[in-house]
Design a protein around this ligand. Structure first.
Ligand code: RNT
Ligand code: ZN
Length: 410
């Protein structure tokens, strides 16, 4: 008997169908954020980089500096990651083949090269307006700005982004998540907390006025950021209420965007009774919203368990959002995305203990949960990787790519 066959037996003994779990995992796409590859710089302002409260730290050599380099690195990472993939794009990754335009003038043609790339490799695409790192961020405000011209600029940008997302969806015969996050807020105690929110609400109403069939719209809240410590316009309560009162607009949960003892794993089943879609940004905050590379930790497994055991694989859109420039960026993609895949498969392999809870048998519930932790998961994961034609041991391949490709980028 191979190690895989014997592991399968162990799972069968606790009522888990390993073959079914592997199949389900292979069919659930994970949306991989393009911005890990270049430190959230993008192509529309090479001097730029993350600003307005988001920050990449580190200067590991080999950052992708162009569309060609980013595609190559993304493909390298994907060759080492099992499962279906989507590519999560930001508007600042527009490809300017015939001249630069500002963000309020972007068109589908600036993303057509990404669509060709996605088609060639069987990726889906998700999209995001880029409302940061730009001169029109006035006093750190965009859609909630007191200045009409600032608000109008960003409204135009967001409407264009939704239209681009719609066209991408048509081209790929798919739906495209178009997620809006804005950094608006104040460093110090506001003298007015309401008016900026009223202005943001008005801006959102304009942006979402026209429903688009291939677009899933979402809004992403946040607690605070560096330089935005006292007040965030787009807070959890604000966007949750907005989504709840606007059909077709969803509330995206980024697990770095809540107070440290709040968990997204509990928010998913709290939203499921009300929403038919829950988009996620899976990240890892260390002490704050630091966007460290996702690891195979308790909360990641708990998030995946909630998705799986509530039959919510079609409702929860799993996207990643981390950026680390202090380690090999391709490796960061591989580590974080493999961990998301791994946690998904792990969740699919957990014994069903719902009945024990309803029976009031909390002793059995805890005993089985704990025993399940040491089932031979590694053997199943290895088999899953081989079936998906990706290596179990991948590190040397990234190291080789670093030597031959990344180190040449001087
Ligand atoms: C920022 C948000 C947002 C960004 C990306 C780049 O705190 O998490 O999702 O990370 O849009
Ligand atoms: Zn996010």
């Amino acid at each position: 008997m191979t190690r895989f066959e014997s592991a399968k037996e162990c799972y069968r003994a606790v009522g888990v169908d390993v073959e079914k779990a592997m199949q389900t995992a292979a069919n659930k796409a994970i949306s991989i954020h393009c911005w890990q590859g270049d430190d959230v710089v993008g192509f529309d302002n090479p001097q730029g980089g993350a600003g307005n409260g988001i920050q990449t730290t580190g200067n590991y050599p080999g950052r992708a500096r162009s569309f060609e380099e980013l595609k190559a690195d993304f493909l390298k990472a994907c060759s080492l990651i099992p499962g279906r993939k989507r590519i999560n794009l930001h508007a600042c990754y527009a490809v300017f083949s015939d001249g630069w335009v500002d963000r309020d003038k972007l068109e589908y043609k600036h993303f057509a090269p990404w669509v060709a790339f996605a088609k060639a490799h069987g990726f889906g695409i998700d999209f995001n307006p880029t409302v940061f790192s730009h001169p029109m961020m006035m006093d750190g405000l965009s859609l909630s700005s007191p200045h009409k011209d600032v608000r109008e600029f960003w409204i135009r940008h967001c409407i264009r982004c939704r239209e681009i997302a719609q066209k991408i969806g048509e081209e790929l015969e798919d739906t495209v998540l178009c997620n809006l996050w804005i950094p608006d807020g104040y460093k110090d105690i506001p003298s007015d907390r309401l008016t900026p929110r009223l202005r943001l609400k008005e801006s959102l109403d304009r942006i979402f006025e026209v429903p688009l069939p291939n677009v899933i719209d979402s809004v992403e809240s946040k607690v605070f950021a560096v330089g935005v410590e006292s007040y965030t316009v787009g807070s959890n309560e604000f966007y949750m209420s907005y989504a709840a009162t606007h059909k077709g607009i969803y509330n995206l949960l980024d697990n770095g965007h809540y107070h440290p003892t709040e968990v997204v794993s509990d928010k998913i089943p709290a939203l499921l009774p009300f929403f038919d879609k829950i988009p996620l940004h899976v990240t890892r905050g260390v002490r704050w919203d630091s966007d460290h590379v996702v690891i195979f930790d308790d909360e990641l497994r708990e998030i995946m368990k909630e998705i799986v055991r509530n039959d919510a694989l079609d409702k929860v859109l799993i996207g990643l959002d981390f950026f680390d420039a202090s380690i090999n960026r391709v490796a960061a993609w591989v580590i974080g995305t493999r961990n998301a895949q791994k946690a998904l498969l792990w969740a699919l392999l957990q014994p069903d203990l719902k009945q024990a809870q309803d029976d009031g048998d909390f002793t059995y519930r805890l005993a089985m949960m704990e025993e399940a932790k040491t089932l031979p998961f590694g053997d199943i994961w290895e088999e899953y990787c081989s079936r998906q034609q990706v290596p179990v041991v991948w590190y040397d391949r990234v190291k080789e790519y670093e030597k031959t490709v990344l180190e040449e980028r001087k």
